[in-house]
Write a protein that binds this ligand. Structure first.
Ligand code: ZN
Length: 67
């Protein structure tokens, strides 16, 4: 299963999503190093490791898809 991280640096927040979560945009995904963005990972372990290294302090799991 694919996992997504949504990094929002302006909110100091990173949220973990499962693939096909309605909150994950299906197109027009923009990623900016300073602003953050959507990042795709092939498994949960890598997504969680990336969340630890995201540089944000608020780490959450999406309440919609419950990853
Ligand atoms: Zn979600």
């Amino acid at each position: 299963m694919i996992y997504w991280l949504h990094i929002a640096r302006q909110n100091d927040r990173t949220m973990l999503h499962k693939d096909r979560c309605p909150a994950v945009p299906s197109h027009n995904i923009t990623t900016d190093f300073w602003e953050g963005g959507w990042f795709e990972y092939p498994d949960k372990e890598r997504a969680l490791a990336a969340m630890e290294q995201s540089g944000t302090n608020d780490h959450r799991k999406c309440p919609l898809c419950k990853p």
